[in-house]
Design a protein. Structure first.
Length: 258
């Protein structure tokens, strides 16, 4: 039995991971933004926080460690997608996307680190995306948040390895969660982008784009990775993610080599 701390357990990967972990008799501390949004989960501990509130994030993480003692795995999962061409997105949408996906994850990890060091180790798992390594027109602000958190986590892994803290980036492709249907935000469409590569995201919100990945399988893979030593730096999930990441990295290498 392990104790897990997962941000954003009301839906998506966070919800599925919490459900599976609880069924296997693990202790699960979860966070939600809205009261009552995780009532179907018999969580060991529940915190209410919007991860854009950085002081509150630290307060909630500190409280979870204080009440539960040792926490073995901390999962930075809370986040959402903001799609649309760069100029279709409002200033407020841009700021909220970065505050949630990037700063919220960074602060959760920073708040957990003193506790993980004090207990002699643990595991940090960042739910990223294929969008953290491959970029597509129509998702520039989402990519900004995911590429930013990838850089932070990869550097952090080297910083905390001497303390027995393992770090993993999870990079799933498309998965049948609430991402596309519920939490996904779209900028205000501009006619100039009709029929351009950036316009594909409009079909995603309308359910016109097929999403292949199984969130149940992906959640199981993430949970399994927490028992692997040393911690895998990356966990790429889904054939679509594997193909897109491989192509992106090959193209980048070709560009570097000239």
């Amino acid at each position: 039995m392990k104790t897990w701390f997962i941000t954003g357990v009301s839906s998506g990967f966070g919800h599925e991971m919490a459900r599976r972990l609880l069924a296997d008799k693990n202790r699960v501390a979860g966070t939600v933004r809205r009261e009552g949004s995780a009532d179907d989960l018999d969580l060991t501990w529940l915190g209410h926080v919007d991860v854009t509130d950085l002081p509150k994030v630290r307060e909630v993480v500190d409280a979870a460690f204080a009440e539960l003692g040792r926490i073995d795995v901390v999962v930075m999962n809370a986040g959402y997608g903001l799609f649309g061409a760069a100029e279709e997105v409002s200033d407020e949408q841009m700021q909220h996307q970065i505050a949630t996906n990037l700063l919220g994850s960074i602060q959760t990890a920073r708040a957990a680190l003193p506790h993980l060091r004090a207990q002699g180790g643990g595991r940090l798992i960042q739910i990223s995306s294929v969008a953290g390594l491959a970029a597509f027109p129509g998702a520039s602000l989402y990519h900004a948040s995911k590429w930013g958190v990838e850089g932070f986590i990869e550097a952090l892994a080297g910083e905390v390895a001497p303390f027995g803290i393992g770090v993993t980036l999870v990079e799933p492709g498309g998965a049948r969660t609430s991402f596309a249907g519920g939490s996904l935000k779209i900028g205000q469409p501009l006619p100039a982008y009709d029929g351009t590569p950036a316009s594909f995201v409009r079909g995603l919100q309308q359910g016109l784009v097929e999403i292949p990945g199984d969130p149940v399988e992906y959640a199981a893979r993430v949970i399994e990775s927490a028992g692997v030593e040393p911690a895998p730096m990356r966990l790429v999930l889904g054939a679509d993610s594997q193909q897109a990441v491989t192509a992106a990295l090959r193209n980048r290498l070709a560009q570097v080599e000239g």
